[in-house]
Design a protein around this ligand. Structure first.
Ligand code: SAM
Length: 247
């Protein structure tokens, strides 16, 4: 963002809106390989470079695949799914989205009338891993505070709990709700002045009317806060939020 803004001849801005994740266009276009509902190449890249989802399921170690599905999909049956993936790829590599969706569905014992497709969490996990979505989100949150003018607004729309947890933690930290200092540092007399003030005391969800008009908004959460006059402390360089989501 910093470079993008500089290219436009600006060093700061009045507001930043992050509407993160995948777009309907990407989900609906089978050729992008994001959907477990449409047959397409098993890709999931938001840009055209880097490793695709097929690269991960065809090349990575079984435990690494299980870890991705557990960490980014919050899928409890991640080990069983990873084992099924490895068994199948030994016969022939994965190339298509429906191919993977069927293997995951079978590994979970079929759909059994479940409201959401059994492959939902696995596909979300692979997409997050392929696009380092949480790393990108953290980087954007960090850089935003140095780009916003005083009174500038940061608004973020998230679509699942992993994203919202990162945003909520960042908001709490930067509004002084929780100390961002190192636990090794001696207790400081005064908490660091807040870099932001909250606009949304808690996450704003889509209204019933909006969700009826756009079912994809059902999991959307909006959080917003306003930048104060306080300059970005150098110390923030060390307590980058980046480390939180990797375990
Ligand atoms: C939820 S969609 C935004 C939809 C858009 N606001 C609209 O109303 O049509 C998120 C978009 O962010 C893009 N995106 C994903 N990761 C990105 C990143 N790291 N940097 C910039 N854009 C990214 C995706 O390609 C996708 O088009």
């Amino acid at each position: 963002m910093k470079e993008g803004l500089a290219d436009l001849g600006h060093a700061s801005c009045d507001a930043i809106v992050l509407d993160i994740g995948v777009s309907s266009m990407q989900l609906d276009e089978a050729g992008r390989g994001f959907s477990f509902m449409r047959d397409g190449p098993l890709d999931m890249r938001m840009s055209t470079d880097g490793r695709s989802a097929a690269d991960i399921v065809n090349e990575d170690d079984k435990d690494d695949i299980a870890h991705i599905i557990w960490l980014y999909g919050e899928e409890h049956k991640s080990r069983g799914i990873a084992a099924a993936i490895v068994r199948r790829r030994d016969e022939r590599p994965f190339e298509r989205t429906l191919d993977l969706a069927e293997v995951v569905e079978r590994a979970l014992g079929g759909r059994r009338g479940a409201p959401v497709h059994p492959a939902t969490r696995t596909f979300q996990a692979l997409r997050i891993a392929v696009n380092d979505e949480l790393g990108e989100l953290e980087a954007a949150l960090d850089v935003a505070e140095s780009l916003l003018k005083p009174e500038g607004v940061l608004a973020v729309v998230t679509f699942h709990s992993l994203e919202d947890r990162i945003v909520k933690t960042f908001f709490n930290e930067r509004t002084g709700k929780v100390s961002s200092g190192s636990r090794y540092a001696p207790p400081t007399a005064k908490a660091a002045p807040a870099l932001y003030t909250l606009i949304t005391p808690k996450a704003v969800a889509a209204s019933v009317a909006e969700t009826a008009a756009n079912p994809r908004a059902r999991s959307a959460k909006l959080r917003a806060m306003r930048r104060t006059e306080v300059p970005v402390p150098v110390a923030h360089q060390d307590t980058k939020i980046g480390r939180r989501h990797r375990s």
